[in-house]
Design a binder for this molecule. Sequence first.
Ligand SMILES: Cc1cc2nc3c(=O)[nH]c(=O)nc-3n(C[C@H](O)[C@H](O)[C@H](O)COP(=O)(O)O)c2cc1C
Length: 201
Amino acid sequence: MHIDTATTDPVRVYQLLTGIVTPRPIAWVSTVSAAGVVNLAPFSFFNAFSANPPVVIFSPTLRRDRSKKDTLLNLEQVPEFVVNAATADQATAVNATSAELPPGDSEVSHAGLETTPSLHVRPPRVAGAPAALECRVRQIVPLGDGPIAGNLVIGDVLAIHVADTVLDAAGRVDPRKLRTVARLGADFWCHTSDLFEQKRP
Ligand SMILES: Cc1cc2nc3c(=O)[nH]c(=O)nc-3n(C[C@H](O)[C@H](O)[C@H](O)COP(=O)(O)O)c2cc1C
């Protein structure tokens, strides 16, 4: 099958893209509105793109009715965010925070979570997350104005929190301890427990 994206329904393109580009890491993003309401939501259009300076990018898309998600609205008011690690232990809570709540309601209490203050940014981090990145927005790049159009949020990582319990003896993150989860197409997720090693040539 061949798909010409210019003449295909965006929802169909979305289904194919998210089924093929897999697995995708999940940024569990906390933001705060100008009024101080904390928002928390998962985003799998996410990755790290530079280590010096440290930069991450994620994309809150427009909703199918073309409205902006609360995360994007918050970043336009307070341009700071925290990427909390999405781990197997908290996969149910991560999913719960993808609920579409009214802007004044916080997913944090909805999912029964607790937060702890960040050091450099106004949004707090998830208290139970074993790793978190405090970020400041460098740029927001809108990619379109139609349904599911992406908005690249490019963020400079100001601080990294990582629990000693997920480090190995050399101080590196041990994936067997961090146990992140990832997103595939439809409602499929995966664990990161089926590991193998290859030495770089
Ligand atoms: C694992 C997972 C990954 C998701 N990834 C994205 C994503 O990359 N971009 C996006 O716009 N929505 C994504 N969603 C949906 C948002 O989390 C959902 O629309 C959420 O309600 C947005 O919250 P907000 O309106 O509070 O910003 C994802 C949902 C789940 C469960």
